[in-house]
Design a protein around this ligand. Structure first.
Ligand code: CS2
Length: 438
């Protein structure tokens, strides 16, 4: 094959431990040209070692490295914009994958990945290029259509017409826990691989990828690496986003507020573990329709077991980041469906309250500051400035988060009000202990 075939946007750890691994293991001719939208660090590290790097797989006291050679070329978008556009227009590029984070899909400013993609597709359309697939590998619900909408919004009319006919946006679900690589991980990877590796990433052994098989320009044989192709992506997606990501976010906020640095440490706290179990089993699972052959109870148990892996060192602060974008996707779907079923979303509500307390106060139960990274933190704090009794009403007015429906759901707003009041008085830990250790 000429060129690499796959063009990827977002050179973070997740791509290197997920899609690049699948392409590597597919064992065919396909390779990846990976574009870094902002920082040059990983590009430089990869180039310095011929684009070869290791995934350091860690689980409890077991650790090993797996070399990955699927990335064959890297581009740094801020300094190589023309090359990125040319790659998108190149007929040899037949699949585009994206890991650009939830918040990037609404950003069409100059230099943003979606803008780059739209400009590149304009060049491809103008050259009468062959069809291709654009695959969103971020945790967005309905990620195929959502990406299509984002791209079409950024395109001029002529390109939009071409995109509508010639670009496929298959739905996918991605899963692998890939925390930030720590200095200790780098040292261990170097020891196990026998050489320093500036681009090593750390991951759990588990990985999963479900995709809709809609690739008009062809694709790597990812099924040989264990990917599942199905037309029924939606059921897998809901289960993954609501169980894994929903519980992850809940533990990240509750964990940070109660003084835990890492997700596995939060789960070692019996009250927080009971909270995670209740959220999964009592609120989330009743909203799900199991994918064929899946036992959702077992799935939830596996998810919690994976999160207990202490070797990953996954920090609550990392999972907590960008809550204003993650919470609506991960928890509010569960809240809405529980309400529609006439049930009280007790545990999903508590998770939302923990998020609000985290982002608005930035303070743990013991008075210490917690790390808050969220593009909406300042706006939400501004909303919660006035009279304390009015804070929640003001926050519920953030319709990008709560929509126009949830502020009118008394059952939900009463829960939030009571939980926020209890947390302000006694701390999140005390509330969770009281609710879960009866
Ligand atoms: C995590 C995810 O950081 C986060 O928000 O919930 O990155 C999670 O580890 C992955 O989605 C697992 O597939």
């Amino acid at each position: 094959m000429g060129g690499e075939g796959v063009l990827h946007f977002g050179l973070g750890a997740f791509h290197r431990a997920h899609q690049a691994v699948y392409t590597h293991l597919a064992g065919d001719d396909w390779g990846v040209c990976a574009v870094a939208p902002r920082s040059a660090g990983v590009v430089e590290a990869l180039r310095a070692q011929g684009h070869r790097y290791n995934v350091l797989v860690r689980e409890h006291d077991r650790a090993w490295t797996e070399p990955v050679t699927a990335i064959r070329r890297t581009l740094h978008a801020p300094t190589q914009r023309a090359e990125v556009i040319a790659r998108l227009a190149d007929p040899a590029t037949r699949v585009v994958t994206l890991t650009i984070t939830e918040k990037a899909y609404a950003d069409t400013s100059h230099g943003a990945p979606v803008r780059l993609l739209a400009d590149g597709l304009a060049a491809r359309a103008a050259a009468g290029g062959p069809p291709l697939a654009v695959v969103c590998c971020d945790n967005l619900p309905g990620n195929g259509p959502a990406t299509r909408r984002a791209v079409l919004t950024a395109c001029d009319d002529r390109t939009a017409a071409w995109v509508a006919d010639d670009v496929a946006f298959p739905a996918t679900v991605v899963d692998r826990i890939v925390p930030a690589t720590s200095p200790a991980d780098h040292a261990l990877a170097a020891e196990l691989a026998g050489a320093p590796d500036g681009a090593a990433v750390v991951a759990e052994p588990y990985r999963m990828w479900v995709l809709q098989d809609h690739f008009p320009g062809g694709r790597p044989g990812w099924e040989r690496a264990g990917a599942l192709f199905t037309d029924d992506v939606a059921r897998h997606e809901r289960a993954k986003i609501r169980v894994l990501n929903g519980v992850h976010s809940a533990l990240a906020y509750a964990g940070a507020l109660t003084g835990h640095d890492r997700i596995d440490q939060a789960l070692d706290d019996p009250a927080l573990a009971a909270f995670a179990e209740s959220l999964a089993h009592r609120d989330v699972l009743p909203t799900l329709d199991p994918p064929p052959g899946t036992d959702l109870g077992e799935y939830a148990a596996t998810v919690l077991r994976r999160m207990r892996n202490p070797a990953l060192g996954h920090r609550c602060a990392q999972v907590a980041a960008d809550g204003s974008l993650k919470v609506p996707i991960r928890l509010l779907g569960t809240v809405r469906e529980r309400l529609a079923a006439g049930a009280e979303p007790r545990w999903a509500g508590l998770a939302v309250a923990a998020w609000l307390r985290h982002v608005v106060t930035g303070t743990a139960d013991d008075g210490r500051p917690v790390e808050v990274t969220d593009p909406s933190a300042a706006r939400l704090r501004e909303l919660a400035r006035g009279e304390p009794a009015r804070h929640l009403d003001a926050l519920l007015g953030a319709d990008d988060v709560f929509g126009h429906d949830l502020p009118h759901e008394r059952r939900f707003t009463d829960l939030l009000r009571a939980d926020l009041r209890a947390m302000a008085r006694h701390g999140a830990g005390e509330l969770i202990r009281k609710e879960l250790t009866l």
